[in-house]
Design a protein around this ligand. Sequence first.
Ligand code: ATP
Length: 355
Amino acid sequence: MAEIVIRNLRKEFGGFTAVKESSFTIADGEFFMLLGPSGCGKTTTLRMIAGLELPTSGQILLDGKDVANMRASARDIAFVFQMFALYPHLNVRRNISYPLVSQGVPRAEIKARVAEIARILGIEPILDRPVGGLSAGDRQRVALGRAIVRRPKAFLMDEPLGALDAEFRERMAEELRALHDRMGATTVYVTHDQLEAMQMGDKIVVMNHGVVEQWGTPQDIYDEPATLFVAEFIGSPPMNFLRFDEAIPEGATTVRLSGVEIAVPRTKQATTGSKSVLGVRPEHVRLDDAAPYRGVVVAAEYLGTTQIVTLDTPSGLVKARVASSLAVRTGETVGLSFTTPTLSLFDAASGRALA
Ligand code: ATP
């Protein structure tokens, strides 16, 4: 079992703060994604979990025990540095068994464990081949095998698929996820790719400028973004943001957008200033002739079963994902309506969600 609790974790490099008072919990067996743009502090967070970097303050509880200042080797966590870091002159069997040999594990046990790993990864036929001549996919499997064979409490991976081309990347992502589901070991995975995070993760923590913006299931984060940053970072095409001047009180159920009343989910807090932002995902915009909020069609992008229609509205450009069968003409004025429970409302000043 390996539950990892991150509590008020902070890391400074000289005068620069890379990670600010971060807190989140990785449950036992979870596939957990650290997601955010370049420089947001993902790798630093992962390196602190691994023990490769000491935190300035805060706790890292591994199964309830604070390991924040413990040596990396004492943590029983495997850091999968780079999938391709193998010994090219050794064969597959030797590459996989290497960590066990150096730990002094008895020969018979090494043999049994390597056989088990080879079966799990489907690489039995290539066990005696040198890794130098293997395909990229097989090399990746061997590198994984070498990390798994130690049976660590948890795996840490930093953009393991980053160097791969798109098609192969997708296949390896599926394999990694399937492997995790068979083994059930807690996995912490760094990526800047929101789609990869959504597809693979049980949970995601979204970081920005060293701050945890939100953490939860992919669905929580997609449906109920806690901040404007998260709302914008997740989803493609991104959420539409309709900015307007209105102070919204706690408990509000409507807002006025260019004079048109729009029903919104009941707000749980008030805005801090006088500006607000209505967030609506493209798939939740309906083109509805009877709707009083109007826009002019400026473009339509055909995507097969759906199309992305761009509309010029009084609050700026809005993208709608609608059925391709819906006839739209550039230049025509149409009504837009929104599915109320799916709307997000933000305080423009703080960027925090109000509902
Ligand atoms: P990337 O995807 O680009 O690696 P990241 O989210 O993983 O980004 P980190 O590598 O954690 O970001 O870096 C966070 C910030 O801390 C960056 O601004 C980086 O320049 C800085 N940083 C990281 N390591 C050090 C270091 N050893 N000394 C000084 N600054 C550092």
